[in-house]
Design a binder for this molecule. Structure first.
Ligand SMILES: Nc1ncnc2c1ncn2[C@@H]1O[C@H](COP(=O)(O)OP(=O)(O)OP(=O)(O)O)[C@@H](O)[C@H]1O
Ligand SMILES: [Mg+2]
Length: 325
């Protein structure tokens, strides 16, 4: 099989973006949603695109899925250019957009089955795949319900089922688990892992950094239309200045903690991002003082905070370059 990241065997990567930019015009103002994004997604991997609201994730996915033209740059899916050869690209991809409106007059079973038939699968194959995916995502009990009567989370699962059941080699899932309950979320995770085992490629956008970390072989952090950091979660962890976190309750003032690393006030107590030696020293001191302490490697959430300077659940500023009214 082709080795990560881009297949020295000559096989093209699942996706290769070079200098992708996108400007949206709002009357006389314009917004740079993406600004020179370079990304390579190895075939057969799960790739997490993370970033705050407005970071540019959906814009990127829509360009890759041939729904939107870039203002500049090139993007190839399995070696086919999305602008020059959109037809070739569409044969190989399946997408669940962020705002998905399935056909409401179908029931769940028909939604999946007819989608597979439209993609050219034989009747018996489409039937078998439909049954299997509905079971996997616990949709069997509601298979005869009209899509129009489903809750938002159920509808979302039905859409995810539809694309994962397809034969598409590259799958785009724009926030597949937003609004899902914890059980449904785990089922979607399992279905994504299964797609990966079948050597398919999944590009996933999410605000849930635990999700990105649990599923992705590699992640890219988008902020203000730029890729701020890219790599496997462990590579990224190795690259950050402070790879350890020490959570403390009681026993210290903020001033005392400052020499150990970067201190944030959290509720309750403090969070200190530190290098390994300082983290260990601080943890033993805390134990000696009888404070509550937890020491561990930083999570993707911590890394986000270190790189962007704000948590992921705070909106990105609208980058209204260009002239305002
Ligand atoms: N159709 C559009 N017309 C004008 N501006 C747009 C349009 N779509 C997106 N934008 C702007 O482009 C920027 C990036 O939006 P995008 O939807 O790609 O972000 P996102 O990372 O998917 O955010 P979210 O997490 O909220 O889904 C934002 O500033 C947004 O306001
Ligand atoms: Mg989006």
């Amino acid at each position: 099989m082709a080795a990560l990241p881009s297949g020295p065997s000559g096989a093209p990567p699942a996706l290769r973006a070079r200098g992708i930019s996108k400007r949206y015009e709002h009357g006389r103002a314009s917004v740079a949603a993406l600004d020179g994004v370079d990304l390579t997604i190895p075939a057969g991997s799960v790739y997490g695109l993370i970033g705050r609201n407005g970071a540019g994730k959906t814009t990127f996915v829509r360009i890759a899925a041939t729904q939107l033209r870039p203002t500049a740059g090139t993007l190839e899916v399995l070696g086919h250019d999305v602008v020059r050869d959109p037809g070739e690209v569409r044969l190989r991809i399946a997408a669940v957009p962020q705002e998905s409106r399935p056909l409401y007059f179908l029931n769940v079973d028909e939604l999946v089955f007819l989608y597979l038939r439209l993609r050219g699968l034989e009747r018996s194959d489409a039937r078998a795949r439909t049954d299997a995916v509905l079971e996997e995502l616990s949709l069997t009990p509601i298979r005869h319900r009209l899509v129009s009567t489903l809750s938002g989370g159920m509808r979302r699962r039905a859409m995810v089922a539809m694309v994962l059941a397809s034969e598409a080699e590259v799958i785009f899932l724009d926030e597949p688990t937003t609004g899902l309950d914890p059980v449904a979320r785990r089922e979607v995770w399992a279905a994504i892992r299964k797609a990966r085992r079948a050597k398919r490629t999944v590009l996933l956008t999410t605000h849930y950094l635990d999700e990105a970390e649990a599923l992705s072989d590699r992640v890219a952090l988008l902020e203000g239309g730029h890729v701020k950091v890219e790599g496997s979660p462990s590579e990224i962890r190795d690259r950050v200045r402070y790879p350890y976190r020490v959570a403390l309750q009681g026993g210290f003032t903020r001033e005392e903690l400052a020499p150990y690393g970067e201190v944030s006030v959290v509720d309750p107590g403090f969070l200190v991002f530190a290098r390994e030696a300082s983290a260990r020293e601080l943890a033993s001191l805390a134990l000696a003082r009888g404070a509550r302490v937890a020491l561990g490697p930083v999570s993707l959430e911590d890394i986000f905070l270190q790189i962007v300077g704000r948590p992921i659940d705070v909106d990105a500023p609208e980058d209204g370059e260009g002239s305002g009214p």
